[in-house]
Design a protein around this ligand. Structure first.
Ligand code: GLN
Length: 445
């Protein structure tokens, strides 16, 4: 049924880059066979899902929506893919994204843009636009995305679904094609909070293959779904309201916060004074790491190779033709920030700012259990509206980037509408306390 649904709607939504119908049917049959043998086929058995195309899948091309990797077929599965398969998942294919996850609208895909199912003239957000549009359009029951500065939460907010970025280290990054390694996390995109808890439970946990994966016990997230938040303390950081936020979006989010109060939470205004520096610091740290991570695409190891008269010309041809404009912009920004003479002034300074941002959050969490903000300053914008203006595009992650800089978990929940388009409420939690986030989210939903 889900394959038929994809046939019907994907010509308009364009969430999929690669479909794996044959393998999906095989996986579904294996689930049936396990059940027939009386075995437990796993907690996600038979449920059709799909993956952002920066997650490595053995034998299935993994393009990162880049010409550089258009034909690349990984020889192994990412740890999250492995875990999903063990839990009985049925994988329908690979989903569109901004090239190498750089962007906020999925217009930076080298292949084609994905459209917002609520209004096909608008963007689904990004960079996990395909992952989110697929769930919103009923082309998958859940998907995985990746979030470096908001790429799960911002599109989730634009398309009216649930999206979570777990704590840095909670989910293994092994087999996630790296963008900015100190910020990247994989997370679930789902229709509701219960599904989010289920999927997170499957993908979370220590992995010796990722040296930054944390050895912290994973609770049974389903057992934490308890719609009681009486007495819970929620901080409302004032820097996330006002300038840059559409007034109607702010109103919808403030009404959502009132609802949390009606449910028994104690909401109080607070301050995270370094918030305004998060975006500029991110656009030094993330491109710096990206420029180093993307050095591997040299036409030799894997991916595209465009020949030249000698090796230097081969490098130049490969990288000029393999990468799109936004990726090139990031590589230039990053190598500049890391170059001698600018390293101290740019990169090192940004790292110090990052510490101040983390301290703001640590301080707030001595008083509050969670923080609540808008997920995105606006609702979904029109295709093309910001495509020619990188700064305007960068600003759409104003409310999500500080959380990645601090490595904290956050979830975006649908909380209402503005101009007939979905608005997201962002809840931010203490490190490794996804359980409390899910509990508040569940009570809210
Ligand atoms: N939009 C932000 C960027 O372009 C965040 C992307 C992401 O989270 N992958 O860097």
């Amino acid at each position: 049924a889900m394959l038929e649904r994809i046939e019907v709607v994907d010509g308009r939504v364009r969430a999929f880059l690669t479909r794996t119908a044959e393998q999906a049917l095989e996986q579904a049959r294996a689930v049936d066979a396990a059940r027939a043998r009386g075995e437990d086929p796993g907690i996600l058995a038979g449920v059709p899902m799909a993956l952002k195309d920066n997650l490595c899948t053995e034998g299935v091309r993994t393009t990162c929506a880049s010409r550089m990797l258009a034909e690349w077929i990984p020889p192994y599965d990412a740890t999250v893919v492995n875990r999903l398969k063990k839990a009985g998942a049925v994988i329908l294919g690979k989903l569109n994204m901004d090239e190498f996850a750089m962007g906020s609208s999925t217009e930076n895909s080298s292949f084609f843009p994905t459209r917002n199912p609520w209004d096909l003239e608008r963007v689904p957000g990004g960079s996990s636009g395909g992952s989110v549009a697929a769930v919103a359009a009923g082309e998958a029951y859940y998907t995985l995305g990746s979030d470096t500065g908001g790429s799960i939460r911002q599109p989730a907010s634009f398309c009216g679904v649930v999206g979570m970025k777990p704590t840095y280290g909670r989910v293994s990054r092994y087999g996630l094609v790296a963008f900015a390694s100190s910020l990247d996390q994989i997370g679930p995109v789902t229709r509701d909070v219960t599904d989010c808890a289920l999927v997170l439970g499957v993908i979370a946990g220590h992995d010796p293959l990722d040296s930054t994966s944390a050895d912290v016990p994973v609770p049974d997230y389903r057992a934490t779904l308890w719609p009681d938040i009486k007495g819970l303390k929620i901080g409302i950081p004032r820097e996330y309201f006002g300038t840059g936020i559409e007034p109607e979006v702010e109103n919808v989010v403030r009404r959502a916060i009132n609802k949390l109060e009606e449910l028994g939470a104690v909401c109080e205004e607070t301050s995270l004074p370094h918030t305004e520096y998060a975006l500029p610091a991110y656009y030094l740290v993330a491109p710096a790491e990206a420029s180093s991570n993307l050095a591997r695409y040299d036409g030799v190891g894997f991916g595209l190779r465009v020949p030249g008269r000698d090796i230097v010309e081969m490098y130049m041809n490969t990288r000029s033709q393999g990468f799109g404009p936004e990726v090139k912009r990031r590589i230039m920004l990053g190598t500049y920030a890391l170059s001698s003479g600018y390293y101290d002034a740019c990169y090192l300074k940004a790292l110090k700012v990052r510490t101040l941002i983390l301290k703001d959050f640590e301080n707030a969490f001595t008083k509050y259990d969670v923080l609540a903000t808008p997920t995105s300053p606006t609702v979904a914008f029109r295709l093309g509206e910001k495509a020619g203006d990188p700064l305007a595009m960068y600003l759409s992650d104003l409310c999500t980037i500080p959380i990645n800089m601090a490595g904290l978990p956050a979830i975006s929940l649908p909380c209402g509408f503005s101009q007939g388009l979905p608005v997201g409420l962002q809840l931010i939690g203490k490190a490794f306390d996804e359980a409390t986030l899910l509990r508040v989210a569940y009570a809210f939903e």
